[in-house]
Design a protein around this ligand. Sequence first.
Ligand SMILES: [Mn+2]
Length: 379
Amino acid sequence: MRFLHTSDWQLGMPAAFLARYDDAVPAEFARARLDAVERLGEVAAERGCAFIVVAGDVFDSNSPDPQQLGRAVERLRGLPVPAYLLPGNHDSLDPSSVYRRPEFAGLAEHGVHVIRDSAPIEVAEGVQLVGAPFRSRTPAADPVAAALSGLDRPAGIRILVGHGQLEGFGGEALIDAGALAAAVAEGVVDYVALGDRHGTLEAAPRTWFSGSPEVTDFDDVEHDSGRVLVVDVAADAAGETTVAVEPVRVGRWAFRAIDADIASDADLDAFLARLAELPDKDRTVVKYSLRGEVTIGQKLRLDAALDRFRDLFACLYRRERTFDLAVVPGDGDLPDLGLTGVPARAAERLIAHAQSGSDGAETAARALRTLIRLAGKES
Ligand SMILES: [Mn+2]
């Protein structure tokens, strides 16, 4: 018996910060999240998965943008195998839940089912799903423990679908890891499909977080997202089961956080080479943080390169909070600008200002670069 485990689609995630340089990018990213749903459906069909479980946070909120909601429902209807959606903390089954909208009323006919309680669902012959839906954004008690209570060892295969952080993996734990491990060890459940963590993780035997199928955050906080899990559960004649899990990449975007210390031309070259080497730049978001000191010449070179890179990446921006790069005078520092007259005098003043280390130094360096460009002296 094979199925596909995914979670944390976070459809409708606004990501307005991506509009820094290009208004179209948030829409491209929203489209990528929907396309990931289409691709995971293709994986399910190609691998012969009997169904798909989405372990919470299908939507980023219970009030998604109407266009995003409409398009998401279309993608759900288009999935090639039945799908079971678990309400998580972002799309909990409270009175305002997205799953109470009319758009969801007829979806069961199209094989799209919302897990609204913890009653066992017979998804295939001898295969049972037990879900632990969120009824509010911050449940008072562990929904997984509640779903497990009173369950005995099943005759066939049982898959538990839950959402929330697990004890022992950082963050505020919601799920009692001990009770879950006991249920697995006793054969009450054969596999635990979890969501909430956006990176893929085998948290315990037969217990996995699938992670988001498309990236949601920078790689300094989110690791190994962009995957779905193809899960095989096999039962022998005595009813003993074995589980095999294969992560499959479906995500196409990347969010990179790059930090670098710059103290020499070599450091600057290395930073620029890291940017140059990143693949799929138009689907890559970069926030960079530089520390150290550069000469005027190095600053001009850096700014010129960043101007070019900004056109290539989906979004490239400076992380103000940790950016600390000072412009300092250096030997043989000043490039021969080849300027005369008023532009030359303006350049001299800007250079002095850029080297002063005062509050306006950064602005002066930028103005100097603009001046060089306007004078047509850029090499
Ligand atoms: Mn989530």
